[in-house]
Design a protein around this ligand. Structure first.
Ligand code: F6P
Length: 549
């Protein structure tokens, strides 16, 4: 449905006008309980949303919008295995991958749970053998290095989680992730490795992705060039895919393939066999805890009332900024070094899901949809992009993410980290008035014109909103819950906007054109099908560099 036709949308548009000129500083002053009231908690994650430009009326209207746009029934349809990915006619069941309940989940009348459990058992048995040293390379030595070759959802999830859970990693196993078709990445990685103790995971849902297959063939050539035989491939190459024929054609035996299903979207797949590198690294027990955390968040999303439902609150607050306060962007600022790939992971998760201009029913939207997601670990960001957030001309909300506890915690470092995180959120919200700057300058002895100039530059407008997400600790359980929280936040927004969050047609055109351009670059043929600019670039590249297939 078109959300702009709902009563709630119209009332929200009206209500948004009440917020122009209102400062969060005054909102806090007027409500001594605000900091306590605008906090929700689930699965060891606390969401403090008090520093947002919202009040009880805003929240009530936003929840009304969720009701009117059918978020509740769409959520139930997803959990029931209905084919809510209508353009690809697929169910959307990453929730089945971490389902700890005993009820069946049906797709086309078939319970998917036995298959899910079977693959998890296959993964665990394999992971135990590799981790324990029983699975050896061709010379009989245990595996020391694991290279995941995949891209997008077949790379970012496992990479992000392995980084986040480094303290839980196996001491013998070194993890490597190769995604880019730029040969520099695979060659620089291979240079460090011993073919006799390296295990490659070729991860591709479709097993047709050119970047992954090119890197996989380069890895196999490197392996065979070391003196290994075709028969040795079975000990050094495994695959994760939905495409058994293509995996077999590549030369990987069926017993070394870990299966998943078309109802798992690539960017939602780290819970599936795509999570194999994670399980190898942190072990089946911790991997299970990751699933448990996600399952707990699934249960919360399914059952908590909207006013205390974390994904619903975060999703609706995002809709408020995107559609009523004119903010197109969201910064992800984890104050945690091990979460340094979280912004990139969430960028794909959100932007590939909700970067859509057409509703599921085919109608063109005339309202903003998915936000531009970006970020870097917050503490580094403070010394880089935060200037624009504090004093730039755009309204850009932030998600601050902070673990109160973690492995490798150094209390002295952690105090500075936490203080910086809280200070940035406070500074963005309250700002600094001209009078405050003047008082500081007076105290420092600055006078005259210089004072007047500096007041202009040193004043912080403030009124810049943010969420504070506090994790009890950064461990597999809480990380699982955090990731699932974002998955469901994206779901809520997609449901409000009436879009299909689970296809990604927008990535296809560039792929189609690339294959024709590659032919033009490596063959004798011209490139007449392309625009003049692209033709010029092709001619230039052909003239300057010797390219081959
Ligand atoms: O091109 C985009 C995309 O299809 C993503 O959605 C996906 O995660 C990625 O490519 C990798 O796809 P595959 O796992 O099929 O290689």
């Amino acid at each position: 449905m078109n959300p702009t036709l709902t009563n709630a949308w119209k009332e929200l548009a009206q209500h948004a006008r009440e917020w122009s000129g209102r400062h969060l500083r005054d909102v806090f002053n007027a409500d001594p309980n605000r900091a306590q009231r605008y906090v929700a908690e689930a699965c060891g994650i606390q969401l403090d949303y008090s520093k947002h430009r919202i009040n009880d009326r805003s929240l009530q209207l936003l929840q009304g919008l969720a009701e009117e746009t059918g978020v509740r029934s769409r959520r139930d349809a997803m959990f029931a295995g209905e084919k809510i990915n209508n353009t690809e006619k697929r169910a959307v069941l990453h929730i089945a991958l971490r389902n700890r309940g005993s009820s069946p989940i049906l797709v086309d009348g078939q319970d998917v749970m036995p298959g899910v459990r079977k693959v998890l058992e296959h993964m665990s048995a394999f992971a135990e053998r590799v981790r324990g040293g029983a699975w050896t390379g061709r010379g009989g030595q245990p595996i020391t290095d694991i290279v995941n070759i995949g891209i997008g959802g077949s790379d970012l999830g496992p990479l992000m989680v392995c980084e986040a859970l480094k303290p839980y990693g196996h001491e013998r196993l070194r993890m490597h992730f190769v995604s880019n078709v730029d040969g520099a990445q695979i060659h620089q990685t291979l240079r460090k490795l011993d073919p006799n103790t390296t295990l490659f995971i070729i991860a591709s849902k479709t097993f047709t992705t050119i970047e992954t297959l090119t890197n996989a063939h380069t890895a196999r050539d490197w392996f065979l060039a070391s003196g290994a035989t075709e028969a040795d491939i079975a000990r050094h190459f495994v695959a994760v895919s939905t495409n058994t024929p293509a995996v077999t054609k590549f030369g990987i035996a069926a017993e070394n393939m870990f299966e998943f299903w078309d109802w798992v979207g690539g960017r939602y797949s780290l819970w599936s066999a795509i999570g194999l590198p994670i399980m190898l690294y942190i072990g089946p027990q911790h991997f299970t805890a990751l699933l448990d955390g996600a399952y707990a968040m699934d249960q919360h999303f399914r059952s908590a009332p909207f006013e205390r439902n974390l994904p619903v609150l975060m999703g609706l607050i995002g809709v408020w900024y995107a559609n009523f306060l004119g903010s197109p962007s969201l910064v992800i600022a984890p104050y945690n070094q091990n979460l340094h790939r979280l912004p990139a992971y969430l960028q794909q998760l959100d932007m590939e899901s909700n970067g859509k201009g057409v509703r599921a029913d085919g109608a063109k939207v005339d309202y903003a949809t998915g936000p531009i997601i970006w970020g870097e670990p917050g503490i580094n960001g403070q010394h880089a992009y935060f200037q624009l957030l504090h004093q730039g001309t755009h309204l850009i909300p932030l998600d601050f993410i902070l673990a109160l506890k973690q492995q490798d915690l150094d209390p002295k470092h952690h105090a500075i980290l936490i203080a910086s995180c809280f200070a940035q959120a406070a500074a963005l919200m309250r700002g600094k008035t001209g009078d405050e700057v003047r008082a500081e300058l007076d105290k420092a002895g600055t006078t005259g014109e210089r004072t007047e100039l500096l007041i202009k530059h040193k004043t912080f407008e403030g009124n810049r909103p943010s969420s504070m997400l506090l994790l009890e600790t950064l461990d597999p359980l809480h990380l699982g819950a955090l990731i699932a929280l974002y998955e469901h936040k994206i779901f809520v927004q997609g449901a409000v906007w009436g879009i299909n969050s689970y296809d990604q047609w927008g990535v296809e055109l560039g792929k189609q054109l690339a294959s024709g351009i590659e032919n033009a670059l490596t063959g004798d043929g011209g490139a007449l099908d392309y625009d003049a600019s692209t033709q010029r670039l092709i001619a230039l590249a052909k003239e300057r560099v010797n390219l081959k297939r």
